[in-house]
Ligand binder design. Structure first.
Ligand SMILES: [Zn+2]
Ligand SMILES: [Zn+2]
Length: 260
């Protein structure tokens, strides 16, 4: 089995003590690809995803972006820095960027501007986008459509948790949908129906580690090894072998993010 965790935050303090063991457990579980999400953390600081990538050749892709939670705090020079980092030859995508109207940690107009700006950066660089969306359906569809994302290198709605109709809107834009451990939760029946509906060749899988641990680890720190449980749940829902889910979602991620 070869699995790809298409969205993991491994550069934080949650993994400072045992990052190498976490990576070893991932490999032991068959996770041969991971995408590190490199986010703006504080002025002048986009984390150490590049160093993690460098110390494990062939294992990690990297993204850089500004999360909608933080976009109002980013000083002008760090937007410049983002453009430089995202242009790096070992950097696969821009993001995560998007809209989060659930927490509203940044004003909504600032979130929209930040999202548009990062979509434009991705288009300019010819790289795909990792998109975070929560309770911002109408605005996100309008901004993604206006960005012309379907004509460029595309992107993924990470941690997709909508229904089958919502899924179709994003599939129509040419986007991939990435499924997290939420799909294993007992009350996630709407998402489970959506997963049955979405074609396998448009699905990615992820942990969003350290967040959103799947059953039976719900509430604990999440880690990339657990992406296996997401693949198994999708296999159960679609009535196909877990190896097929693993192989196809890995191929999808490799294609989208040009992992090699
Ligand atoms: Zn997110
Ligand atoms: Zn994330």
């Amino acid at each position: 089995v070869t699995l790809c965790d298409s969205h993991a935050h491994l550069d934080g303090s949650e993994f400072a003590e045992d990052r190498d063991q976490v990576i070893a457990r991932a490999r032991a579980a068959g996770v041969e690809r991971m995408l590190l999400i490199g986010l703006w953390r504080k002025p002048g600081d986009f984390g150490n995803s590049l160093q993690i990538q460098e110390s494990h050749p062939g294992l990690f892709g990297v993204t850089f972006g500004v999360h909608p939670h933080d976009c109002a705090q980013v000083p002008p020079e760090d937007w410049e820095r983002l453009s430089e980092l995202a242009a790096g030859t070992t950097v696969n995508a821009v993001g995560e960027t998007g809209l989060d109207y659930h927490y509203d940690h940044s004003p909504r107009d600032v979130q929209r501007h930040s999202f548009e700006r990062q979509l434009a950066l991705a288009a300019e660089l010819g790289k795909p986008v990792s998109v975070h969306l929560r309770e911002a359906q109408a605005d996100s569809l309008a901004i993604l459509t206006a960005s012309g994302i379907g004509r460029g290198p595309g992107g993924v709605i990470h941690c997709f948790s909508g229904d089958a109709n919502v899924a179709d809107r994003y599939l129509d834009l040419g986007l991939y949908l990435s499924i997290s451990g939420i799909v294993t939760f007992r009350n996630a029946t709407t998402l489970q129906d959506a997963v049955r509906h979405i074609p396998l060749d448009r699905l990615l899988i992820e942990t969003d580690a350290p967040f959103l641990a799947p059953i039976p680890f719900r509430g604990k720190r999440n880690e990339p090894a657990h992406v296996k449980l997401v693949a198994e749940k999708i296999a159960e829902l679609k009535g196909i072998p877990a190896d097929e889910v693993a192989a196809t979602t890995t191929r999808n991620a490799e294609r989208l993010f040009q992992l090699r």
